[in-house]
Design a binder for this molecule. Structure first.
Ligand SMILES: [Zn+2]
Length: 465
């Protein structure tokens, strides 16, 4: 056994010229450093470190996610030295973007290994886009694709769903797909007639172009109240559980799935709704977000029909009965565990049980959402953080806060106020209001055990004291 370590590029570099030039300088420094080392070889598309087959630095910077490997206990090939040195050079070249991690010290990598392996496989195909120098100069230092006015998505008809948003390019997990301000926000008003009048007032304030965009949105409730019908079909809550909803020119066209590939979040500071990819999305694939509040397929479908006026036939709801039953059982278990973990008395008097439930929930979520469960993870790790900090355990709380921060940053952005709040707690867990209500698990932040295997570390983390 040993433990994994390395560094990730967070966020990943773009194909813009400044990033390319910085990457080239970084590669030159690495080549110079190892020019007399026959264990480091320059191949046609990457620099290879023979100590481990995954230890590669591609020439195309936008493909790079991770430089890391498992360091065996008997490190005869000097693997740790290579990773240390390359990580340090990356730190000089890219600052905090070179995210160093070491599982033995409880700091996990940012990307999932599946995504890393996929990126490594792509090193072999050199797919540098042909771009005239003049255009490349125009877009100096930025992502040429977005600068040329091509968004990552396009609106087009989707089979059985009217309009939808489809990925124009491959989209990496954690990437911001679209950020948009609402036409207007609206709160739930009791009478439909009052709402219709209110909407007419709001609409009049918009430009002619915005009015046209609004009226072109789908309406699942045709009838005497067309404006409120459009709002009902298209509004997204501004933050989970918020009574305020927003209607958007583009985001409102994103369809629902019970197994979505993207996550929507409201940034209350900027007043923008943001959509991030929660897994790798292939070019041509429909972009989807969740409109539902959980529960079994029947419960979700009933809610979606009632609130938004459509019948869900997503990849889960259209499964065969046996498979659907398994999914329903997991969804029920998720609800049960959520409720148990959120019980304040249990957090106080049975913290070990709460942590155990968090760990079980983690497994169930992974199984049900097939790895695209970032938003759930952020909440789950935050719950585990709270269990630890209430009992004065800063060591575990720090690890959980960091995992929660990383999950949230990937699906809601680093500039989201909630992400920023968790970052502060990650750096200093005792700033949480409930710190030390009990001190029965008292520990300091730096009392995270070192030198454990990944398995041993998880054992320590989830057991509590
Ligand atoms: Zn569904």
């Amino acid at each position: 056994m040993g433990s994994y370590m390395g560094f990730d590029m967070v966020p990943r570099l773009s194909e813009g010229l400044v990033h390319k030039q910085n990457w080239q300088k970084f590669l030159n420094a690495i080549k110079e450093r190892y020019q007399n080392d026959d264990q480091v070889e320059v191949k046609p598309n990457y620099i290879a470190f023979k100590a481990d087959p995954d230890l590669l630095l591609p020439f195309e910077c936008h493909k790079f996610l991770r430089f890391g490997a498992m360091i065996p206990n008997e490190d005869s090939s000097g693997l740790r030295n290579y990773i240390d040195t390359v990580s340090r050079v990356a730190g000089v070249s890219f600052g905090s973007r070179g995210y160093c991690w070491n599982e033995g010290s409880g700091v996990l990598g940012f990307y999932a290994w599946d995504d890393v392996k996929r990126s490594i496989r792509s090193y072999e195909q050199f797919d540098e886009p042909e771009m005239p120098t003049t255009i490349a100069q125009l877009v100096l230092g930025t992502d040429p694709i977005s600068e040329l006015g091509l968004p990552l998505y396009k609106a087009q008809p989707v089979l059985g769903k009217g309009q939808g948003l489809v990925a124009r390019f491959n989209i990496a997990k954690g990437q911001l797909i679209i950020s948009e301000k609402p036409f207007f926000t609206t709160s739930k008003i009791a009478s439909a007639t009052t709402m219709e009048k209110q909407m007419a007032i709001e609409l009049r304030k918009l430009s002619k172009n915005a009015q046209r965009q609004f009226l072109s949105l789908h309406n699942n409730f045709p009838g005497k109240q067309p404006f409120s019908g459009i709002v009902r079909t298209n509004a997204l809550p501004c933050g989970s559980e918020s009574p305020i909803g927003g209607v958007y020119p583009t985001i409102s066209r994103i369809n629902h799935s019970c197994l979505p590939n993207a996550h929507n979040s409201w940034n209350s500071e900027s007043g923008y709704e943001n959509i991030h990819a929660v897994r790798f999305i292939s070019a041509g694939e429909e972009i989807t977000i969740p409109y539902d509040h959980g529960g079994t397929s029947d419960e979700r479908r009933r809610y979606l029909k009632d609130a938004f006026g459509f019948d869900c036939d997503c990849s889960i709801c259209s499964r065969q009965p046996t498979e659907l039953k398994q999914s329903d059982e997991r969804r029920r278990q998720i609800q049960r565990l959520d409720a148990a973990i959120g019980d304040g008395l249990r957090v106080m008097y049975s913290p070990k049980d709460c942590l155990r439930d968090c760990r079980v929930l983690l497994q169930v979520l992974e199984e049900e959402y097939e790895g695209s469960h970032g938003a759930h993870l952020a909440r789950l790790y935050y719950d585990a953080f709270q269990v630890s900090i209430v009992h004065g355990d800063q060591a575990r709380a720090g690890v959980f806060a960091e995992r929660s921060y990383r999950a949230r940053a990937a699906c809601e952005g680093e500039d989201n106020p909630e992400t920023k709040r968790i970052r502060i707690l990650m750096e200093d867990p005792k700033r949480h209001g409930s710190f030390g209500l009990s001190m029965k698990w008292k520990s300091l932040k730096d009392q995270v055990p070192r030198g454990l295997s990944a398995y041993g570390f998880e054992g320590w983390l989830w057991t509590g004291k």
